[in-house]
Design a protein around this ligand. Sequence first.
Ligand code: C2E
Ligand code: CA
Ligand code: CA
Ligand code: CA
Length: 278
Amino acid sequence: NQGRNTWHWYEETSKKMAPEMDYSYLRLELMEALREEQFSLFYQPLIDPVTGLVKGVEALIRWFHPERGYIFPDVFIPLAERTGQIIAIGQWVLKKACRDIAEWNRTHQSQLTVSVNISPLQFRRTGFLQELEYALTISELPAELLKIEITEGMVIIGADRAIEILKSIRNLGVQVAIDDFGTGYSSLSYLRRLPINQIKLDRSFIEHLTENDQDAAIVQSIIHLAHQLDLEVVAEGVETLKQASFLHQQGCDLVQGYFYARPAPLSDLKLTYIALAD
Ligand code: C2E
Ligand code: CA
Ligand code: CA
Ligand code: CA
């Protein structure tokens, strides 16, 4: 809650200051955050609903501000996009996530995948491919264990260029997931033309799954169609046993949400989970 409140702090500040001043101040704060290592990564497991085993984790950034406490990414990521600092932050996230999970896999003799959220600016920048290669090289994480999460909007606008980037990413062996699937305007038949591996069903579809027949029908048909197109389906925001059971019955490949585990520092991560849904 403290984190979400900082949104108001920024709003209040920008009302009092000229907009350009607000940004220069924020820019300094973000610079300091990078320099002083105020950022950290939390990880949330992606679980196989059949076996209950953790197959991978998603990296979620946190900013611990010395005065204001935790600031959540949906507050500062959009701002860092506007100042351009998302590039430096994104590079840090990529390196840190690959290193953390490569090390975890070494010490636990596991093969966890790590999913990293990529911002539009980062994705389209020349040099992004080299960043991916660099992160893989220094961490010694096998490329197929890295998944990048992008949104539909990023592959629709300027589609030709986006397809080119996606192809080179896939050539590295890195996997690609479409995040927040269903909230944009693209269809699965369109997405199928892209070299992607996975779709992540947006939380808004999962939320009312068990009370709303229409949401249930949508989820059911997306899973079905995605499987026919050879795409893996992840459901995010799974909060209840009922939702988990439904997704399990429908053959959803992976589940993620508070029902299984909240995002937490890597040291809090448990390697296996009991299959709670039957
Ligand atoms: P997202 O990629 O859609 O991430 C899922 C969000 O849902 C996360 O919020 C996660 O903590 C939350 N969540 C997970 N399970 C549940 C659940 O069962 N119920 C509910 N209500 N929420 C759940 P978070 O960590 O605050 O991140 C928000 C957004 O910020 C992310 O949405 C992503 O778009 C962005 N983000 C996070 N880390 C990064 C990053 O390193 N780079 C970039 N570019 N964006 C990031
Ligand atoms: Ca995501
Ligand atoms: Ca998402
Ligand atoms: Ca989201």
